[in-house]
Design a protein. Structure first.
Length: 208
């Protein structure tokens, strides 16, 4: 089990760049670990810090107005590049629970759903409207309601989005692939009993 996806009402963080690849999200030097914690420090590292390691004041993740935001609003083709799952882990370790963009890399999109992150796809014009509102008034709130499949912008504008029923259920119930399998333990046990009865030789039960 993992954390259930609950309705979000949080500061929206704008990242007004298209084609953000996974190397920009988390540099390759952070891929040595298989732990999902501690990766937030490397998130967007080359953009967050200068050559001396000092935070760049104009980057959104370094601005106090956007501090604590759990929704990232990004440009098209977000998460392109390599298939590293660490990109999603880094975003979640930093505190993000949802990304809103016009489009994603297929692999990144699937990695989000498998790890408890919600990738919301909205038309480019609607994302642009959200982005402009957050840039014009830093600290603006964005609401994400997965049950109702809506995003509400800082001005109260409501944007419906689509998501397949299966990943929606997994996010809402906090089910990863292991927990989903265990939730069907009764059906699995029943199948095994019936299978053993019908084909005992497969289970070494030669006596029948």
């Amino acid at each position: 089990m993992r954390e259930k996806f609950l309705p979000l009402a949080t500061v929206g963080v704008p990242l007004d760049r298209p084609n953000v690849d996974t190397d920009a999200i988390i540099p390759a030097r952070y891929l040595k670990t298989v732990r999902r914690t501690g990766l937030g420090e490397g998130l967007f590292f080359a953009w967050r810090y200068d050559a001396e390691g000092s935070p760049r004041p104009g980057f959104p993740l370094n601005m106090p107005e956007y501090s604590g935001g759990k929704v990232l609003v990004a440009g098209e083709n977000f998460g392109c590049g390599s298939s590293r799952e660490h990109a999603v882990w880094a975003l979640m370790d930093f505190g993000f629970r949802a990304v809103i963009a016009p489009s994603y890399s297929d692999i990144f999109h699937n990695n989000c759903l498998k790890n408890g992150m919600l990738p919301v796809t909205l038309p480019a014009g609607e994302v642009r409207s959200l982005m402009d509102a957050l840039l014009a008034a830093p600290g603006g709130k964005v609401e994400v309601d997965l049950s109702g499949q809506t995003v509400t912008g800082p001005g109260g504008d409501v944007h419906p989005f689509r998501i397949d029923p299966f990943p929606k259920r997994c996010l809402l119930e906090g089910l990863d692939e292991i927990a989903l399998t265990l939730s069907m333990a009764g059906e699995i046990d029943r199948y095994e009993r019936e299978r053993r009865k019908a084909t005992p030789w497969l289970f070494g039960d030669l006596a029948g």
